[in-house]
Design a protein around this ligand. Sequence first.
Ligand code: PEP
Ligand code: MG
Length: 509
Amino acid sequence: EVVVDATYGIVITEMNAQAERYYAAEHRKQEFQQRCFDDFRDKPAKTADGVALEVMANVATADEVLMAMAGGAEGVGLFRTEMLFMGRDSAPSEEEQFIEYKKAAEYAAGKPVIIRTFDIGGDKAVSYMNLTSEDNPFLGYRGARVYREYEGLLKNQLRAILRASVFGCLKIMIPMVSCLEEVTYVRSLLDRIKTELDVRSLAYDKSISLGIMVEVPSIVFVIGQLAGLVDFLSIGTNDLTQYFLAIDRGNERVSSLYQSRHPGLLGLIQKIVDDAHRHNLWVGMCGEMAGQVDHLPLLLGVGLDEVSVSIPAVAAIKARCADYDSRDCRTIFERAVSAKSAGQVDMILAERQREPVARPVIELNLIDLDAECINKEEAIQYASDILYYAHRTEKPAELEKDFWQRESVYSTGLGYGFAVPHCKTKAVCAHSICLMRLKRPIVWKSIDDKPVDIVIAMTIRDGETAGDTHMKIFSKLARHIMHDDFRGMLRSLQDKQAVLSYLQEKLAL
Ligand code: PEP
Ligand code: MG
């Protein structure tokens, strides 16, 4: 059993009981998150003012198309076909590909599936093509550039896609296009194959769409000339960012300069969308940037027709769209494009997230009278999770970090079996207190060295309105904890409602 934890960027190859408990808690959170999206999964994504954004999925196999549909995708915005070509000694046959694309079309049940013709070379090598190692593979022989030499492979793939196209709504997309000639070449090949199929009386979708990925900056400046040659564009921000900012996307030493929020890159994306629309071309985005919910105001603001994202992100993006007004997003985007740095864009986006939400400091769902934490780490994780389940934080991992930062300055075990972990944090939407009565006391390194059985976690929203709220509540709590009757009540009150009323009264909340 192996855990790949993308939140912390770690892989755990040997599990122990504590790690198992930790990941069980993480798993519960993920399931909860998916349940929260249930209402949005099967509806089209719309902003609060009714502007639609198509949300599609990126896949690498036909089976994933089925998962994408179950996840709420309105189609497949990018079918990376390289997986079919890699890890084997010879290229897949036309028949093998036909079966795969037919399955994809059928699974999508009439929804569009954009099949990208093979994008091999660069970081994706195959043994049966003569792709020798290069000094600058990302600037070398890859994507559409290899098509003339490997015309046989491309013809097989195009023929397979065309034959499968009668089983649904397939579209074809060319990767790594840097000039018009690459498009006219594929287009004429496609026309030749169509004629061949006509001669053989084989059916195919006669109006199948052909599009390109916008990944090489040069193509951005000839979108007008592309109109008539292609039917749609999809922005591949993974490569576009590396080529536009001159940052190898796989080189860790320059990864801090690989900035999706670079105002210059945002300006380039604006040009792509505006030029595409001026020439009546549909334009989507299928790079990683499209799937990051924090970017959503920018993506809505620039006016994309579609985003294509990883399958689990589909419902998350759909759910989030309803939180935004497209006109606000336009303003946010315009400010972002004229910002001085990516850091400033971050701040512009954070402002929107930081608007306070009116919520009582403590509620029933912030109280657990039977908490099962076995140590301090679990208690802090659990406190963050309670706030997550109560929709007060979307970033429990960040909140946990903020608790620990405070904890590292001094332990918050105030004695008498009470601990009051607390922090000022950007990760919550409202000042909050949660109370956990533990089934079994745990070690906290308290001032009196006694184990802790009552944890009162306090989070203060960092920002303009925080003021001295933090200290006021904290000192009131600390004073009450000195008294036997306060401690006794919190240990003996029978139900959550009684605990809630008691705390509200004592802390004057
Ligand atoms: C991209 O470059 O953004 C993209 C989607 O293609 P890939 O990541 O497969 O290169
Ligand atoms: Mg790419």
